[in-house]
Design a protein around this ligand. Structure first.
Ligand SMILES: [Zn+2]
Ligand SMILES: [Zn+2]
Ligand SMILES: [Zn+2]
Length: 387
């Protein structure tokens, strides 16, 4: 096919903004982050602060006050689900499964209903971590909280911090009192400007359109030697003025924002988190179904430090002793602020059935009577994939 091209068609289409200037987001991403933490060797040494490398500081020893013994609430014998309740729970489960046939649930014959009680014990420890590091901000001439002579800043664990409500997951930073000082900016040596990171101070960068070659093709389809002309954007020089520094070769120092001086201080970062351990005595159904199920709370004990529970059922005494001891020693760099231990009893009915000559079992869990069945017959009768 021969087609006469017009002169207009001969020239390649003009480049887009990002071809010439580079994509702004990419340009920003190349900008090295300006550290606001001054170099450690330039800074003061304060007792109790170590190397200030944002690592957790060991908390002081803590002796909890003796707490009261919490007696468990007696639980009445829980009745198993009735046949009607069990079948209703199974039908409810099937309604949530796109490819489980409803027929077996309607037709199956329930042969036995056995009530069981599952004991769930959990221990939560809410801890606080304190880490210290140097930080700085541009110094604009405002007040400085210097450390007076012959005095020291408070120990990291003595710095007053507003403690949030127990068991919240949070991180907060505060400035340690009496640790401020003013220094010449370590990044620009007090000049307020620093060499442009993009052109490395040369004020020019490679032409983005011709990639520094200084020439472009007249016709993109033609690779012959005489098809080239000077790049229309750099006039053949192969370089263009740096758009980051507007061709000046230097940019404002981000560490001191051009003020030349910085105010240094110790930043204390406080993190609160929760550690959780669970013990479930009977592995009849998946653990998460028991954790989510409503049951009877027989012990609920929340205070600064709990002591192991004595409860005769479900191996709770042993689990409580094990978890309380583990939590007391597992995180030496965290201070336990609050602990909560709960014992719950969840009723589970084991339902045995026969359908189409085959035997099977399903379970009805908790006060909300939620069914669980791992061997339900006639799943996926429609040959779709089970999700
Ligand atoms: Zn060019
Ligand atoms: Zn530049
Ligand atoms: Zn600076």
């Amino acid at each position: 096919m021969s087609e006469q091209k017009s002169l207009f068609d001969e020239l390649p289409p003009p480049p887009s903004y990002s071809e010439i200037h580079g994509a702004p987001s990419t340009a920003d991403a190349q900008n090295p982050t300006e550290p606001s933490a001054p170099p450690v060797h330039l800074m003061e040494n304060y007792e109790g602060y170590g190397e200030l490398r944002n690592e957790p500081v060991e908390p002081p020893p803590y002796t909890p006050p003796a707490g009261p013994h919490i007696p468990p609430i007696p639980v009445d014998q829980q009745r198993p689900a009735t046949e009607e309740e069990a079948r209703e729970a199974l039908l409810e489960l099937i309604s949530t499964k796109c490819c489980w046939s409803v027929r077996p649930a309607r037709e199956l014959v329930i042969t036995d209903l056995v009530g069981k009680s599952i004991t769930h014990y959990s221990l939560q420890s809410w801890t606080e971590i304190r880490a210290t590091s140097w930080d700085s901000e541009p110094y604009t001439g405002d007040h400085v909280d210097w450390c007076p002579p012959n005095q020291a800043p408070p120990n990291p664990w003595e710095v007053p911090v507003h403690v949030p409500s127990a068991f919240s997951q949070l991180e907060r930073s505060v400035r340690v009192p009496r640790t401020e000082s003013v220094k010449l900016c370590f990044k620009c040596n007090g000049i307020g400007r620093q060499p442009c990171w993009n052109c490395r101070g040369s004020s020019h960068i490679r032409c983005n359109f011709c990639h520094g070659r200084g020439r472009e093709r007249r016709d993109r389809m033609n690779s012959s030697h005489n098809n080239f002309t000077s790049c229309r954007f750099c006039n053949g020089s192969g370089s263009q003025a740096c758009f980051t520094c507007n061709g000046s070769g230097n940019i404002l120092c981000k560490t001191c924002r051009g003020f030349g001086k910085i105010k240094c201080f110790i930043k204390l970062t406080i993190t609160w988190k929760t550690h959780l351990d669970n013990h479930i005595d009977l592995p009849l159904v998946p653990e998460n179904l028991i954790k989510q199920a409503a049951g009877v709370v027989v012990v609920q004990d929340e205070r600064d430090r709990v002591t192991p529970i004595d409860y005769s059922r479900g191996g709770v005494t042993e689990a409580s002793r094990k978890f309380v001891n583990q939590h007391a020693t597992s995180w030496p760099l965290e201070l336990i602020r609050r602990q909560k231990q709960v014992v719950r009893v969840i009723r589970v009915t084991e339902c045995k059935y026969v359908w189409d000559g085959n035997q099977g079992t399903f379970y009805v869990i908790g006060d909300e009577m939620k069914a669980y069945c791992s061997d339900y017959p006639k799943k996926c009768f429609c040959s779709c994939s089970i999700l």
